[in-house]
Design a protein around this ligand. Sequence first.
Ligand code: CP
Length: 309
Amino acid sequence: MRHIISPNDLSIDELNDILSLAGRIYRNPKLYSKLCDGKKLATLFYEPSTRTRLSFESAMINLGGSVLGFSSADSSSASKGESIADTIRIISCYADICAMRHPKEGAPLVASQYSKIPVINAGDGGHNHPTQTLTDLLTIKELKGTLEGLTIGLCGDLKFGRTVHSLINAMVRYPGSNFVLIAPRELKIPTYLKKETLDAKNIPYTETSDLESVLPELDILYMTRVQQERFFNEEDYIRLKDSFILDNSKLKNAKEDMYILHPLPRINEIATEVDDDPRAVYFKQANFGVYVRMALIMTLLGIEEPKQN
Ligand code: CP
C-alpha cells in the first residue's frame, strides 16, 4: 500500500508514468469510465477547498467510483476532539482510498501511519500539495511539450505557499530547471528549501522583488496568492497582499510562448483582463487536475489500464 504525502514519494519514473497516464486519460476519458466500479474515495477536508476536493470527487466519479467525506472540520467529529489517528482508523472501514487536507503540517503523514487505505495529502498547512504539483507538471508537459530546460518564475507568497514548495521539489528533478524567485522580502522562500533543495543540488536560481524586470526571461510564470489565512498579523497581510498585480501592460515584455499558471484561487494578483491572453492557462490547469487525480487514484489502487484501440 502506498501513500502520497510529498511529490518525492514518487520516483521520477513513477511521476512520469502518472503524467503519461493522465495524458492518455485526457485524450480518451471514456475508456477509463468504469475502472473504479465499486470503489470509494473519502475526501477528508479540515480546511476549505474548491478545486482540490471537487476535482478529486470528479476524478473518482469519472472512473465509475463513489465518493464520501466532509468539507470542514466543523462537520466532522474533529470538532468534538477526535484525533487524526482515530478518524483515519474509522475511514479505513468505509473507503478504499482517501484524500486529506489539513491546516497543520504533517497531519496527512500522521494519518498514513494509522491508515489501512492509501492516504493522499491534499495540502497540509504551508508544507506540501503534491496533487497540485502533479497538476502543474501535467499542464507544463502538455502545453510546453517538455519539463526539461525551463526557466520558471515563481511569484508571490513563496514563504507560506505550499504549491510553490512542492513544485520546486518536483522541478529540480528535471534537467535544466532554472528558478526566478519573485517575492517581497517578508515572503521570500524559506532558507531550508534554498539550502536543502536548490543549493544542495546546484540548481541555478535568482531572487528578486521586481516582476517586470525578469518577465522577458521566463518560460513559465507561476503566480500565487498572498494567503491571508497563514498570517498572524492583519496589518502585515494588508501591507503585502497587493505586492504583485499582473496585468496586460506588464505582459508586453514577456515571451509569446510563456505560460501563466496559478494554483487558484486568485484574489488581485492577476487582473481579470489577463484571462483573455492565450498565455493565461490557469483555468485549463484546473481542468488538468481532474485527469492527473484519475491517474493517481488508478495507480494507488493498482488498477490496470485498459488496452487502447
Ligand atoms: N489549488 C487549490 O488547492 O485550490 P483549492 O484550495 O480550491 O483546493
